[in-house]
Ligand binder design. Sequence first.
Ligand SMILES: NC(=O)c1ccc[n+]([C@@H]2O[C@H](COP(=O)([O-])OP(=O)(O)OC[C@H]3O[C@@H](n4cnc5c(N)ncnc54)[C@H](OP(=O)(O)O)[C@@H]3O)[C@@H](O)[C@H]2O)c1
Length: 241
Amino acid sequence: MKRVLITGANRGLGLEFTRYALGRGDQVFAGLRNPNKATALQELQALYPGQLQLLRIDVASRASIEASARELRTNLSGLDLLINNAGINSRSADAGEFDKHVKLGRLEPEAMIDMFRVNSLGPLLVAQQYLDLLKAGDEPKVVSISSWLGSLSDKQSGGNYSYCASKTTLNMLMRAFAFDVLEHGIISVLLNPGWVQTDMGGNRAKLTPSESVAGMFKLIDNLTEEHAGRFFDWDGKEHPW
Ligand SMILES: NC(=O)c1ccc[n+]([C@@H]2O[C@H](COP(=O)([O-])OP(=O)(O)OC[C@H]3O[C@@H](n4cnc5c(N)ncnc54)[C@H](OP(=O)(O)O)[C@@H]3O)[C@@H](O)[C@H]2O)c1
Protein backbone atom coordinates (compact mmCIF):
# COMPACT_ATOMS: atom_id res chain seq x y z
CA MET A 1 0.00 0.00 0.00
CA LYS A 2 1.59 3.25 -1.18
CA ARG A 3 0.68 6.74 -0.01
CA VAL A 4 0.11 8.72 -3.21
CA LEU A 5 -0.59 12.41 -3.84
CA ILE A 6 -1.91 13.36 -7.29
CA THR A 7 -2.50 16.96 -8.40
CA GLY A 8 -5.29 17.83 -10.86
CA ALA A 9 -7.06 14.62 -9.88
CA ASN A 10 -10.68 15.51 -10.64
CA ARG A 11 -10.63 14.75 -14.37
CA GLY A 12 -8.52 13.49 -17.28
CA LEU A 13 -5.23 11.77 -16.53
CA GLY A 14 -5.31 12.79 -12.86
CA LEU A 15 -8.63 11.02 -12.35
CA GLU A 16 -7.28 7.93 -14.12
CA PHE A 17 -4.11 7.93 -11.98
CA THR A 18 -6.41 8.08 -8.95
CA ARG A 19 -8.62 5.22 -10.17
CA TYR A 20 -5.61 3.04 -10.96
CA ALA A 21 -3.90 3.65 -7.60
CA LEU A 22 -7.11 2.98 -5.66
CA GLY A 23 -7.69 -0.21 -7.64
CA ARG A 24 -4.43 -1.67 -6.41
CA GLY A 25 -5.02 -0.69 -2.81
CA ASP A 26 -3.03 2.53 -2.47
CA GLN A 27 -4.00 5.31 -0.11
CA VAL A 28 -4.69 8.29 -2.38
CA PHE A 29 -4.74 12.02 -1.70
CA ALA A 30 -6.50 13.59 -4.67
CA GLY A 31 -5.49 17.21 -5.20
CA LEU A 32 -8.16 19.40 -6.74
CA ARG A 33 -9.18 23.02 -6.85
CA ASN A 34 -12.88 22.73 -6.14
CA PRO A 35 -14.13 19.85 -3.96
CA ASN A 36 -17.71 20.92 -4.74
CA LYS A 37 -17.18 19.94 -8.39
CA ALA A 38 -15.75 16.49 -7.85
CA THR A 39 -18.56 14.09 -8.67
CA ALA A 40 -16.27 11.42 -10.14
CA LEU A 41 -13.94 11.53 -7.13
CA GLN A 42 -16.89 11.37 -4.72
CA GLU A 43 -18.09 8.23 -6.51
CA LEU A 44 -14.62 6.74 -6.06
CA GLN A 45 -14.70 7.64 -2.36
CA ALA A 46 -17.90 5.61 -2.03
CA LEU A 47 -16.35 2.68 -3.95
CA TYR A 48 -13.13 2.68 -1.91
CA PRO A 49 -14.15 3.68 1.62
CA GLY A 50 -11.31 5.10 3.72
CA GLN A 51 -8.81 4.94 0.84
CA LEU A 52 -9.34 8.33 -0.81
CA GLN A 53 -9.00 11.80 0.69
CA LEU A 54 -9.78 14.94 -1.32
CA LEU A 55 -7.26 17.70 -0.80
CA ARG A 56 -7.70 21.26 -2.05
CA ILE A 57 -4.58 22.35 -4.00
CA ASP A 58 -4.28 25.10 -6.57
CA VAL A 59 -0.74 24.57 -7.85
CA ALA A 60 -0.56 28.18 -9.06
CA SER A 61 -0.95 29.45 -5.49
CA ARG A 62 1.84 29.21 -2.94
CA ALA A 63 -0.67 29.76 -0.11
CA SER A 64 -2.84 26.91 -1.38
CA ILE A 65 0.14 24.54 -1.71
CA GLU A 66 1.26 25.38 1.83
CA ALA A 67 -2.25 24.98 3.25
CA SER A 68 -2.60 21.56 1.57
CA ALA A 69 0.65 20.35 3.15
CA ARG A 70 -0.46 21.55 6.59
CA GLU A 71 -3.70 19.61 6.17
CA LEU A 72 -1.96 16.45 4.98
CA ARG A 73 0.65 16.50 7.74
CA THR A 74 -2.06 16.21 10.40
CA ASN A 75 -2.69 12.58 9.48
CA LEU A 76 0.30 11.47 7.41
CA SER A 77 3.88 10.66 8.43
CA GLY A 78 5.32 9.99 4.97
CA LEU A 79 4.54 10.17 1.25
CA ASP A 80 5.67 7.46 -1.19
CA LEU A 81 4.62 8.93 -4.54
CA LEU A 82 3.87 12.46 -5.74
CA ILE A 83 2.35 12.74 -9.21
CA ASN A 84 2.61 16.32 -10.48
CA ASN A 85 -0.15 16.05 -13.05
CA ALA A 86 -2.10 19.35 -12.97
CA GLY A 87 -1.59 21.40 -16.12
CA ILE A 88 -3.21 23.73 -18.63
CA ASN A 89 -2.66 24.44 -22.31
CA SER A 90 -3.59 27.36 -24.56
CA ARG A 91 -7.15 26.08 -25.01
CA SER A 92 -7.82 25.54 -21.28
CA ALA A 93 -10.43 27.85 -19.75
CA ASP A 94 -7.79 29.14 -17.31
CA ALA A 95 -5.45 30.19 -20.09
CA GLY A 96 -7.69 32.99 -21.36
CA GLU A 97 -7.47 33.95 -25.01
CA PHE A 98 -5.73 31.35 -27.22
CA ASP A 99 -3.80 33.91 -29.33
CA LYS A 100 -2.05 35.32 -26.24
CA HIS A 101 -0.11 32.07 -26.01
CA VAL A 102 0.36 30.96 -29.59
CA LYS A 103 0.36 33.81 -32.07
CA LEU A 104 3.42 35.95 -32.72
CA GLY A 105 2.35 39.60 -32.54
CA ARG A 106 -0.44 38.81 -30.06
CA LEU A 107 1.65 37.22 -27.27
CA GLU A 108 0.86 38.60 -23.79
CA PRO A 109 3.45 38.18 -21.04
CA GLU A 110 0.94 38.12 -18.13
CA ALA A 111 -1.03 35.25 -19.67
CA MET A 112 2.16 33.41 -20.56
CA ILE A 113 3.57 33.80 -17.04
CA ASP A 114 0.30 32.48 -15.60
CA MET A 115 0.76 29.31 -17.65
CA PHE A 116 4.33 28.99 -16.40
CA ARG A 117 3.04 29.29 -12.82
CA VAL A 118 0.80 26.25 -13.30
CA ASN A 119 2.88 24.04 -15.59
CA SER A 120 6.48 24.83 -14.59
CA LEU A 121 6.68 26.36 -11.11
CA GLY A 122 3.65 24.53 -9.65
CA PRO A 123 5.21 21.04 -9.78
CA LEU A 124 8.51 22.24 -8.32
CA LEU A 125 6.84 24.18 -5.50
CA VAL A 126 4.55 21.26 -4.63
CA ALA A 127 7.55 18.91 -4.55
CA GLN A 128 9.50 21.39 -2.41
CA GLN A 129 6.60 21.76 0.03
CA TYR A 130 6.20 17.99 0.41
CA LEU A 131 9.92 17.24 0.60
CA ASP A 132 9.91 16.37 4.30
CA LEU A 133 7.05 13.91 3.83
CA LEU A 134 8.76 12.41 0.76
CA LYS A 135 12.02 11.98 2.68
CA ALA A 136 10.03 9.99 5.24
CA GLY A 137 8.38 7.90 2.50
CA ASP A 138 8.96 4.29 1.53
CA GLU A 139 11.06 4.21 -1.72
CA PRO A 140 9.77 7.73 -2.49
CA LYS A 141 9.21 8.90 -6.06
CA VAL A 142 8.21 12.14 -7.77
CA VAL A 143 6.70 11.95 -11.24
CA SER A 144 6.06 15.14 -13.20
CA ILE A 145 3.81 14.97 -16.24
CA SER A 146 5.49 16.80 -19.09
CA SER A 147 4.85 16.54 -22.84
CA TRP A 148 6.62 15.80 -26.08
CA LEU A 149 5.72 19.43 -26.87
CA GLY A 150 8.33 20.47 -24.30
CA SER A 151 11.08 18.64 -26.17
CA LEU A 152 13.50 21.04 -27.90
CA SER A 153 14.56 18.39 -30.38
CA ASP A 154 10.94 17.56 -31.31
CA LYS A 155 10.12 21.23 -31.98
CA GLN A 156 10.20 21.76 -35.75
CA SER A 157 7.55 24.47 -36.17
CA GLY A 158 6.62 27.89 -34.78
CA GLY A 159 3.75 28.85 -32.48
CA ASN A 160 2.41 27.31 -29.28
CA TYR A 161 4.93 29.37 -27.33
CA SER A 162 3.56 29.23 -23.78
CA TYR A 163 2.68 25.56 -23.49
CA CYS A 164 5.81 24.22 -25.20
CA ALA A 165 8.17 26.48 -23.23
CA SER A 166 6.34 25.84 -19.95
CA LYS A 167 6.96 22.11 -20.34
CA THR A 168 10.61 22.66 -21.42
CA THR A 169 11.02 24.74 -18.26
CA LEU A 170 9.34 22.05 -16.20
CA ASN A 171 11.83 19.55 -17.60
CA MET A 172 14.81 21.65 -16.52
CA LEU A 173 13.41 22.51 -13.09
CA MET A 174 12.54 18.93 -12.25
CA ARG A 175 15.82 17.58 -13.64
CA ALA A 176 17.67 19.89 -11.22
CA PHE A 177 15.31 18.79 -8.44
CA ALA A 178 16.01 15.14 -9.26
CA PHE A 179 19.75 15.58 -8.68
CA ASP A 180 19.14 17.49 -5.43
CA VAL A 181 16.87 14.86 -3.91
CA LEU A 182 18.60 11.69 -5.02
CA GLU A 183 20.81 11.78 -1.91
CA HIS A 184 17.61 11.42 0.15
CA GLY A 185 16.63 8.31 -1.81
CA ILE A 186 13.92 10.15 -3.77
CA ILE A 187 13.70 9.19 -7.46
CA SER A 188 12.25 11.96 -9.61
CA VAL A 189 11.47 11.65 -13.34
CA LEU A 190 9.61 13.43 -16.13
CA LEU A 191 7.00 11.56 -18.14
CA ASN A 192 5.35 12.25 -21.48
CA PRO A 193 1.88 10.63 -21.27
CA GLY A 194 1.44 10.51 -25.07
CA TRP A 195 -1.55 12.04 -26.85
CA VAL A 196 -4.47 11.07 -24.61
CA GLN A 197 -8.27 11.38 -24.85
CA THR A 198 -9.00 13.95 -22.15
CA ASP A 199 -10.45 17.47 -22.21
CA MET A 200 -6.94 18.65 -23.08
CA GLY A 201 -6.07 15.94 -25.61
CA GLY A 202 -9.49 15.88 -27.33
CA ASN A 203 -11.32 12.86 -28.68
CA ARG A 204 -9.06 12.39 -31.72
CA ALA A 205 -6.15 11.51 -29.44
CA LYS A 206 -4.50 8.13 -29.92
CA LEU A 207 -4.52 6.77 -26.36
CA THR A 208 -7.21 6.22 -23.77
CA PRO A 209 -6.41 7.51 -20.26
CA SER A 210 -6.30 3.93 -18.98
CA GLU A 211 -3.73 2.85 -21.62
CA SER A 212 -1.50 5.83 -20.86
CA VAL A 213 -1.78 5.53 -17.07
CA ALA A 214 -1.22 1.76 -17.03
CA GLY A 215 1.95 2.28 -19.10
CA MET A 216 3.16 5.06 -16.82
CA PHE A 217 2.49 3.06 -13.65
CA LYS A 218 4.47 0.12 -15.06
CA LEU A 219 7.42 2.47 -15.46
CA ILE A 220 6.87 4.18 -12.07
CA ASP A 221 6.82 0.82 -10.27
CA ASN A 222 10.14 -0.15 -11.82
CA LEU A 223 12.05 3.10 -11.31
CA THR A 224 15.55 2.82 -9.91
CA GLU A 225 18.24 5.41 -9.13
CA GLU A 226 19.49 5.09 -12.72
CA HIS A 227 16.25 6.61 -14.01
CA ALA A 228 16.49 9.75 -11.83
CA GLY A 229 16.34 13.06 -13.70
CA ARG A 230 15.44 11.49 -17.07
CA PHE A 231 12.50 12.01 -19.46
CA PHE A 232 10.43 8.98 -20.54
CA ASP A 233 7.42 8.26 -22.73
CA TRP A 234 4.33 6.60 -21.24
CA ASP A 235 5.49 3.23 -22.63
CA GLY A 236 8.91 3.39 -20.97
CA LYS A 237 11.03 4.59 -23.92
CA GLU A 238 13.43 7.43 -23.21
CA HIS A 239 12.27 10.73 -24.78
CA PRO A 240 14.84 13.15 -26.29
CA TRP A 241 15.06 16.49 -24.47
N1 LIG B 1 -4.01 14.84 -22.78
C1 LIG B 1 -2.88 14.86 -23.48
O1 LIG B 1 -2.85 14.47 -24.66
C2 LIG B 1 -1.60 15.34 -22.84
C3 LIG B 1 -0.43 15.27 -23.60
C4 LIG B 1 0.78 15.67 -23.04
C5 LIG B 1 0.80 16.12 -21.73
N2 LIG B 1 -0.35 16.21 -21.01
C6 LIG B 1 -0.25 16.69 -19.62
O2 LIG B 1 -0.91 15.78 -18.76
C7 LIG B 1 -1.41 16.48 -17.60
C8 LIG B 1 -2.89 16.16 -17.42
O3 LIG B 1 -3.56 16.62 -18.59
P1 LIG B 1 -5.05 16.18 -18.98
O4 LIG B 1 -5.01 15.79 -20.40
O5 LIG B 1 -5.61 15.27 -17.98
O6 LIG B 1 -5.75 17.62 -18.89
P2 LIG B 1 -7.22 18.05 -18.48
O7 LIG B 1 -8.17 17.00 -18.84
O8 LIG B 1 -7.39 19.42 -19.04
O9 LIG B 1 -7.13 18.12 -16.87
C9 LIG B 1 -6.27 19.06 -16.28
C10 LIG B 1 -6.33 18.91 -14.77
O10 LIG B 1 -5.41 19.87 -14.20
C11 LIG B 1 -6.13 20.62 -13.22
N3 LIG B 1 -5.59 21.96 -13.06
C12 LIG B 1 -5.45 22.95 -13.97
N4 LIG B 1 -4.92 24.03 -13.40
C13 LIG B 1 -4.71 23.74 -12.10
C14 LIG B 1 -4.19 24.45 -11.00
N5 LIG B 1 -3.78 25.72 -11.09
N6 LIG B 1 -4.11 23.81 -9.80
C15 LIG B 1 -4.53 22.55 -9.67
N7 LIG B 1 -5.06 21.81 -10.66
C16 LIG B 1 -5.14 22.41 -11.87
C17 LIG B 1 -7.57 20.66 -13.73
O11 LIG B 1 -8.44 21.02 -12.66
P3 LIG B 1 -9.85 21.77 -12.93
O12 LIG B 1 -10.84 20.68 -13.26
O13 LIG B 1 -10.11 22.46 -11.64
O14 LIG B 1 -9.65 22.71 -14.08
C18 LIG B 1 -7.71 19.21 -14.20
O15 LIG B 1 -7.94 18.36 -13.11
C19 LIG B 1 -1.11 17.96 -17.85
O16 LIG B 1 0.07 18.32 -17.17
C20 LIG B 1 -0.90 18.03 -19.35
O17 LIG B 1 -0.09 19.12 -19.73
C21 LIG B 1 -1.55 15.82 -21.53
